[in-house]
Design a protein around this ligand. Sequence first.
Ligand SMILES: [Zn+2]
Ligand SMILES: [Zn+2]
Length: 439
Amino acid sequence: MSRRVAIALGLAACAVLHAAEPAPRWFKGNLHTHSLWSDGDDYPEMIADRYKQAGYHFLAISDHNVLAEGTRWLELKAPAVVAGTVVQPGGGAVLEDYLARFGPDWVEQRETAGQWEVRLKPLAEYRTLLEEPGRFLLIPSAELTSKWSRPATATEPARGGPVHLNHTNPAALIAPVVAGSALEIMQRSVDAVLEQRARTGQPMMIHLNHPNYVWGVTAEELMHVHGEKFFEIYNGHPGVHNGGDHAHLDTDEMWDAILTRRLAELQLGVMFGIGSDDSHHYHRMLLGQSNPFRGWIMVRATHLTPESIIRAMEAGDFYASSGVTLAEVTRTGRTLALEIQAEPGATYTTQFIGTRRGYDPASQLIESGPGSKALPHRRYSKDVGAVLAETKGPRASYTLKGDEIYVRAKITSSKAKPNASVAGEVECAWTQPLVNEAK
Ligand SMILES: [Zn+2]
Ligand SMILES: [Zn+2]
């Protein structure tokens, strides 16, 4: 073969390879889900099947301090009545539905010394039932579930609270950290994940879950974590206080405090917002239950693989939703633009939220009252997370004027959220922030 022909063939091969690279597309997913491997109330393949049928492209079942690996038998306990409802985790109608869906050859049961047991299938086994290339992906995960506490001192009462972090696509389970502060738990957990990632070469990520669950994590602690890129702006569990209260910031306010201080003062980089379900209850869809399909992320990636999803998320190429779908989002150069996939009868308001240079950095501690074991929150000045512009309708865009540190968009629909996690919720979406790189 002549050199010229070889070069021509080489060029042709490049062209073919290039043409085969798919264009990025939107994949819908949920990174926070529970099953009978911990405190969820259904079998993991039943849960994954529900998400797949609901049109999701990827799901991470993230049970508390456990990976779905190895052999585990679930003991079926006698039915008990809890709050007026008969409860038997994994038994009764739940087991009947599992048998009906996947058949008696798949469902493994046994009786040992009078105790009835059902085998919880590991991910490596059940993923073969449901995964399809380009259509549905299951990603390993675990919710690193920790608590911090410290005793009373002469000047401070006893303090404590939960810290939960999701480790997505781990190579091995990381032990929960026991420490005297949320910050120490977060930092040591993030460090352990970064170390595992560097050692194994496997793409993986860690995100802080529901910061306002039992008010376990303050914005000031989260903003100080080195290497953390993600937290939950929206979590569909009914007990996690996305909306804050009289003494605590909501998660939008926390995000603005975190972005402002990380970017302008701490030089610790941007933090992105995730929407998730944190679903535990799959059998009664109603207010007060921890149900699926309330919060999710839409990731624009080239391939439906953990690697491609994580790479896109680390580039901020995704948005969080509790009901609003965006046809397009672009964060290019100095402009953040979006187009809403409008639903009939709904109207949409897009707020562009950001902080300008020269903001008033003052903040005040908010008194949370006696008896609270949580650390008090801080209220920042109106400059932090100000509404820089507001647009009605299906299209919105914002071009940096020059003095913004960042700008992000929150889209609020007039439509009440079906099966809301708290009463009165409307559907929203949150884009990732556009950071002003100009000095
Ligand atoms: Zn949690
Ligand atoms: Zn959870």
